[in-house]
Unconditional design. Structure first.
Length: 246
């Protein structure tokens, strides 16, 4: 992490989700963070602005929200030390994970790609000018082990697997570009591990393997953030820092 640790500015995308909310709580308890910009689909009821926290609406179905994020970054006009993106779509208004090819629809595939693959890269593009101005900026984007092509042994979950694999490729490519910034940047895709959250809840009731609380996962992610180096950039990692196959 940067040596000038009292001046860290962080963008947390998806701060009202399970993992995102836990990350926000823990980030606000640290004394090395000068300002957090937190986004949510509907930040109504949150304190919109304090000296150290700014809430912004960011619903990837609304292009004007991304324009709002860009305007906020332009107004702040400051180096951005970290971007942590926790958003994702697995089930909801467009249905859930497909068990067979016959369940795959163009609508679900398009929406899943838009949220899981395109949106984090759009956020990263908006942040690029400010990440370039930071010393050793860090970008952590939550992916999923099911997005690993090499690790796919069970099949199913077509749109989610495909979108996360596309996200991984985008982040790998962005990491190659970021190496040319020459400011010791690190961009990584991270599988957070199965965590109790609204996204995972329908799928963990019968799970025998250990399941983490959101707070436990958030702690591991922040520990990973602290020890990232430029050598890690372009990696697909677990929250414990182990490398996953593409």
């Amino acid at each position: 992490m940067q040596s000038n640790s009292s001046q860290l500015r962080v963008l947390l995308v998806g701060a009202q989700g399970g993992i995102g909310g836990a990350l926000l709580t823990q980030l606000r308890q640290r004394n090395d963070i000068s300002h957090i910009t937190a986004t949510a689909r509907d930040p109504a009821g949150s304190s919109l602005t304090t000296r150290t926290l700014t809430w912004l609406p960011l619903d990837f179905r609304r292009p004007e929200d991304l324009d709002g994020l860009t305007a906020h970054l332009e107004k702040a006009d400051a180096p951005l030390d970290a971007v942590i993106c926790t958003t994702g779509y697995l089930h909801g208004e467009y249905g859930g994970p497909e068990k067979s090819l016959g369940q795959l629809t163009p609508e679900t595939l398009a929406h899943t790609y838009a949220v899981n693959a395109a949106a984090p890269l759009q956020v990263l593009a908006a942040c690029e000018p400010y990440l370039k101005r930071a010393d050793a900026p860090r970008v952590l984007v939550l992916s999923a082990q099911v997005g690993s092509i090499g690790d796919n042994q069970l099949g199913g979950w077509y749109s989610y697997r495909m979108a996360k694999a596309a996200l991984n490729m985008g982040l790998k490519t962005a990491a190659i570009e970021a190496a040319r910034w020459r400011n010791r940047a690190a961009i990584v895709a991270v599988h957070p591990g199965t965590t109790v959250s609204p996204l995972s809840r329908p799928f963990i009731t019968r799970r025998r393997a250990p399941v983490s609380s959101a707070a436990e996962t958030a702690s591991r992610l922040l520990e990973l953030w602290a020890r990232l180096t430029p050598a890690d950039s372009g990696s697909f990692l677990t929250s414990d820092g182990e490398t996953l196959p593409w």
